[in-house]
Design a protein around this ligand. Structure first.
Ligand code: ZN
Length: 500
């Protein structure tokens, strides 16, 4: 590859180095940093992101992108070089639309809001967070105007997390999901004692839980030579390249499934990161295609695989051998039922597979109203309770268990929530497609073989990194667009098996 492209590649590589170094500092902040380190760390992170921004957004980089675009114009669309130039062009245009002063002010506001949100949640007083959230809503409206949109300002915000996705498409998807989920949620509510999950809430030694999850992750195919798992209060996955992927999890003595399924979830993100080809390392292409696609991988391993009968069949003996006293009288069937228990509840992150999407629908609707001005921030808590009652039939007793439970809005992340449900939907579509190619896919799980599914994901999804837009990628892999049917069918089958 000749001059202009090599120059651009070098520039983007340096930007990537700075961003990944920032990610390492952020990982450390959530895992090992002592509390006293926070002020110094905030300065270090702010400097790194400012330097990365300045190195990327300038006339020099713009010229490199243009020259490299000319030089690579003859290359196939899916080639590494053409893709890197295309994606760099898009990233540049998107980032350059926001004035530096706006970005600085938004960063300052969200840092402050993170503190007021935590305090409001702690004291259960929405009013402590309200002024900051009002400013955040004003600023994301401004952000949408800077970024530009055709139909609804929400489109511009959604696009930051799920490129090319429109609010109208998400609304259509949710309408279909809501209709499909309604009778299932009613069925669960009518049979509240059909599933007993008390065996998950006995006393399980946390350190032993951690060892167990590592053993399970290793069996599935997470490469611990190129990754590790540590503890964090709010679990996440981050990567400093495909060869260094960090998972975090949390374990509590009386919550066996929180640790195990939290680990499987983050491992799904991690397997995606480990699957990007070495040729894409040190570029922005060594990333997921979108948050929805990233979540499709975590949800797939956590739920479609981890909560399947075949998975439980294979791993239950190991789990029982690890905790012989607690599980002496339990069997595979009881464990399978327990980890699949559904129950309408207040907290999104603790919600079961079935009701989870209703928590997302609630946030999506409220965000739409906040952004288009039909809902005032002051009226948000009341709207939250009303919608919770309408969708799930429960009313949170406190703001901390309601409107203040998620960190996203304090971080200015409005438009992010729908990607969780998109992930669920895409996961089922990909899994169905894999089953067509590998007819005995699920019976492979029953004998502890997960390489069939992982290999399929590697070849069909991971290998592309961020080369394609989510729409292009879904079309390439499934031959069609977003489709809620496979996901609804999956939920209906499981729900009927457990509750009908
Ligand atoms: Zn996730």
């Amino acid at each position: 590859m000749s001059n202009a492209y090599a120059q651009l590649q070098n520039r983007l590589g340096e930007v990537d180095d700075l961003n990944r170094a920032g990610a390492l500092l952020a990982w450390d902040q959530e895992t090992y940093m002592p509390r006293g380190g926070i002020t110094a760390r905030a300065d270090q992170l702010a400097t790194l992101s400012r330097v990365a921004y300045m190195l990327f957004i300038n006339d020099d980089t713009r010229r490199m992108i243009d020259a490299a675009a000319t030089e690579t114009a003859h290359l196939p669309y899916e080639s590494d070089a053409a893709s890197l130039v295309r994606v760099a062009h898009r990233d540049f245009e998107q980032t350059a639309k926001l004035p530096v002063e706006f970005v600085t002010e938004f960063t300052r506001l969200t840092a402050q809001a993170r503190v007021s949100w935590a305090e409001a949640r702690h004291q259960n007083q929405f009013a402590l967070f309200q002024p900051d959230l009002e400013q955040i809503v004003t600023m994301v409206r401004q952000q949408a105007d800077y970024l530009g949109y055709r139909d609804h300002p929400y489109d511009a915000l959604l696009d930051l997390y799920e490129p090319d996705m429109r609010a109208a498409q998400v609304r259509t998807l949710f309408t279909e999901l809501r209709t499909g989920l309604h009778p299932l949620v009613e069925l669960v509510k009518a049979n509240p004692h059909a599933v007993d999950d008390s065996l998950l809430h006995l006393d399980y030694d946390p350190a032993t839980q951690l060892k167990l999850s590592e053993q399970i992750l290793r069996t599935i195919g997470f490469d611990f030579a190129c990754g590790r798992q540590d503890l964090a209060i709010h679990p996440f996955c981050t990567a400093f390249g495909p060869s260094d992927v960090r998972l975090t999890t949390r374990v509590a003595a009386n919550e066996l499934q929180q640790g195990l399924y939290g680990s499987l979830h983050e491992m799904g993100h991690g397997l995606y990161e480990q699957g990007f080809p070495a040729t894409l390392a040190r570029t922005s292409l060594a990333n997921g295609a979108s948050l929805g696609f990233h979540e499709s991988q975590s949800r797939m391993w956590e739920n479609l695989v981890g909560r399947s009968r075949d998975f439980v069949h294979y791993f239950f003996p190991l789990i029982r051998d690890t905790f012989p006293a607690q599980l002496a009288h339990a069997n595979e069937e009881a464990f399978f039922r327990a980890v699949n228990r559904a129950k309408p509840s207040f907290i999104r992150v603790e919600a079961d597979e079935l009701t989870y999407n209703l928590h997302i629908l609630l946030r999506f609707e409220l965000e739409l109203w906040l952004v288009d001005g039909t809902l005032k921030v002051a009226d948000l808590p009341a709207a939250w309770s009303e919608q919770m009652q309408a969708l799930l039939g429960v009313t949170p007793p406190t703001h901390a268990q309601g409107v203040l439970q998620d960190v996203h809005w304090s971080g200015g992340m409005i438009g992010y929530f729908p990607t969780y449900t998109l992930g669920n939907v895409i996961a089922a579509q990909l899994f169905n497609r894999a089953k067509l190619d590998i007819p005995d896919l699920e019976s492979q799980f029953a004998v502890g073989q997960f390489g069939g599914l992982l290999g399929w994901m590697r070849t069909n999804l991971h290998v592309h990194g961020r080369k394609f837009t989510p729409v292009e990628l879904l079309q390439r892999i499934t031959g069609g667009g977003l489709d809620a049917k496979p996901y609804l069918t999956y939920l209906r089958d499981k729900c009927n098996a457990l509750y009908a």
